[in-house]
Design a protein around this ligand. Structure first.
Ligand code: UGA
Length: 343
């Protein structure tokens, strides 16, 4: 099989699971490999440093019978300032890969996003894969550059004759190796779990965008990997379908997430919670840039995944937050990381 974006957050967990649970060979494609360094010596792994901008890599990838595409620019802080690049990464590249897979006969498992459901309101209900109406902000609100590109990629794949496809729509996967710590292994603003973890590790106030009123349903990355195996095991049911992958039991507001993460971090580090700086409210446009808007609730219907491939996420929020914060605190307290921070 081929895993595109193998060196990223989800890709690193998927590679580990494929090596543990199967005897498959993996063509692993990414621009970075630090999260999968420990697997690169495995004779079943061939790592290629590159991306889908390169047509010859696309052709090579499409020679594998199963192709999982995880490559994407997917941090909201970049959707405003780099809209054109975001659209190329989330539409042009996957469309090119889809064309190649349609020609070769490969099964393309493409990671889209829960953000294709658009600017959902605080009182929006269950989002169903095949019946939800989609509403986005205006073109001036470039927050939606990513979502519109992802949506078009989905429509393109569904419209291509001869393509065997499955679309996955993640609902805020979280776990170890998520995103980066600014100034250490990345620049800019990572997604909420990594940004809150960074603030906690550095002893800085957590930033609550627009008061942290938006809600999300956070899903353990380990559940997400189990879902991918459910579709590997049920190809006939999974082909030609888009699936929400989320955990409705883990719905929480961002302000409440900040409170729980602070509490768990204090416990993990054995420090009194009062020693941790309180959260600070910031304005979304000032924090992320002009064009930032938000979806206020994203509640997945998960009935289809259970019915067609037998998947149901089960990891409670507190469990995955504890695992992630423990990992974050350990991983970013090595001397290498501390030196980078001091530079
Ligand atoms: C992002 C991507 O755009 C989606 O494609 C992706 O599917 C999704 O993450 C995901 O992880 O599945 P979003 O949920 O808005 O969407 O991303 P975050 O940056 O993690 O923000 C979540 C919420 O927390 C937003 O309301 C944001 O304003 C808030 N936030 C984020 C804060 O209050 N403070 C922060 O420091 C960071």
């Amino acid at each position: 099989m081929a895993i595109v974006g193998c060196g990223g957050f989800i890709g690193s967990h998927l590679l580990k699971a494929v090596l543990q649970r199967t005897c498959w060979r993996v063509f692993a494609v990414d621009l970075e490999s630090y999260r999968i360094q420990q697997h690169l010596a495995d004779p079943r792994v061939e790592f290629y440093c590159g991306d889908l901008a390169n047509p010859s890599v696309v052709q090579r990838i499409a020679q594998f019978p199963v192709v999982v595409n995880l490559a994407a620019i997917c941090v909201p802080s970049r959707y405003m300032s780099e809209a054109a690049t975001v659209i190329r990464s989330n539409y042009d590249h996957p469309a090119r890969l889809a064309d190649a897979c349609a020609k070769s006969g490969s099964w393309l498992i493409h990671f889209s996003t829960s953000e294709i459901y658009g600017k959902t309101a605080a009182d929006s209900g269950l989002l169903e894969e095949d019946s939800a109406d989609l509403v986005f902000g205006s073109v001036a609100a470039s927050r939606w550059s990513y979502a519109t590109a992802k949506l078009l990629a989905e429509r393109y794949m569904a419209g291509l004759t001869n393509l065997q496809w499955t679309v996955v729509r993640p609902f805020n996967f979280v776990g170890p190796y998520m995103d980066f710590m600014p100034g250490v292994d990345g620049e800019g603003i990572p997604r909420v779990l990594a940004n809150f973890s960074t603030a906690l590790v550095r002893g800085e106030p957590i930033k609550l965008v627009n008061g942290g009123l938006a809600r999300r349903t956070f899903t353990s990355v380990h559940d997400a990997i189990d879902f991918i195996f459910c579709i590997f095991e049920n190809p006939a049911a999974a082909k030609g379908q888009a699936f929400n992958v989320g955990n409705p039991d883990n719905e929480i507001s961002i302000a409440e997430l900040a409170r729980i993460m602070t509490e768990i971090y204090a416990d993990v580090k054995h420090i009194p919670v009062e020693e941790i700086p309180g959260a600070q409210i910031v304005d979304g446009v000032e924090y992320y840039g002009v064009g930032y808007e938000d979806s206020l609730r994203r509640m997945p219907s998960v009935e289809k995944a259970e019915r067609l491939v037998g998947f149901k996420a089960s990891t409670p929020l507190r469990e995955v937050l504890r695992e992630s914060l423990t990992w974050f605190a350990e991983h970013y307290s090595t001397s290498d990381c501390l030196e980078k921070l001091a530079e």
